[in-house]
Design a protein around this ligand. Sequence first.
Ligand code: FE
Ligand code: FE
Ligand code: ZN
Length: 375
Amino acid sequence: MLKIGSHVSFSDKGLVSAANEAASYGSTSFMIYTGAPQNTRRKPMETMNIEEGLKLMEQNGVSEIVVHAPYIVNLGSYKNHTYELGVSFLQEEIRRTHAIGTKQIVLHPGAFTDKDVEYGIERIAAGLTEVLSGVAETDVNIALETMAGKGTEVGRSFEEIARIIEKVPNNERLTICMDTCHIHDAGYDVAGDFDGVLKKFDDVIGLDRLAVMHINDSKNPVGAGKDRHTPIGSGWIGFDAIDKVVNHSSLSHLPFILETPWIGKDVKTQRPMYEIEIALLRGNVGERFGAGFAEDVEKLHAFFAKRDIDPRAFTLDVWSVLKNDAKAKKADPREPLERLYDLALEASVLPNASEEDLNKRLIAVLAGKEALARF
Ligand code: FE
Ligand code: FE
Ligand code: ZN
């Protein structure tokens, strides 16, 4: 069965909270940070309800989950303090990952800051070597994440990642997390030629290293080097391309993790779109949302058609305007999904739908009319 889920919270009741949140989205996998992604404060693992959480996971049919290391770990840093903190904290994170029984910890390789990419590759490889030598008692792999190439990030190409791996002597515990938004932003044509991208990956790194998929759409066109995630279908990659990734025959053994932003006009009431994103990709929308959902989506399709709006084309047009026309952006900074929401709201297409409900239906609209057939 397809292993798919999202980033969920590990705070409060630890693995129990995470497993329950994942179940509420209809997930068959999920990803956690063991604490805040931005800092190294961690609660003792004894308080994380591992056993109870694992039981819940089993009941819910979740067999494989993923841990993500915090962003503050930078093995590429020339500053000894940063580098050493990165090494020791990553080792602790690996022990925590092991305690949960998870095999993959996703890591952003690092950033070279004031040095250059050569320095970064060397330094990261040295850091990984050190990290792995200190956690031989665990069987956790470090999944290096493919990066978008913003700032001085290392790992913006398959070649950079391959060179890191090459320089680590015992590199059998280095795997890869492929992020669709990141590789698209880095210049790989996920939308137009994913088979070509996979072929390239296989040539440079080897498909056998691929262990985790992050599935995110992108607010920017291919090669933009930005790293701004958006819900599936609401960005430049599009539903069809991501559907192809998720249901690709050579990737069927991997966990697919959504890291798409929560949606809503007010930051305080923003809600995740994970449940509908997962259902669209799994093909069980009817089961999750009931028969009325398809009717709602058809109403929205009909409404946009009457207005002569193709939601997908509209979305890409708005992204282009926001990117290329500063004046127009200043006059109306709303992103495509929010504009579609406002249009549907003003015309009361679904008068009884909450903001969250309407947004979920709009995500289904952006998956295209063909997706309706597999609800
Ligand atoms: Fe990441
Ligand atoms: Fe990611
Ligand atoms: Zn990202």
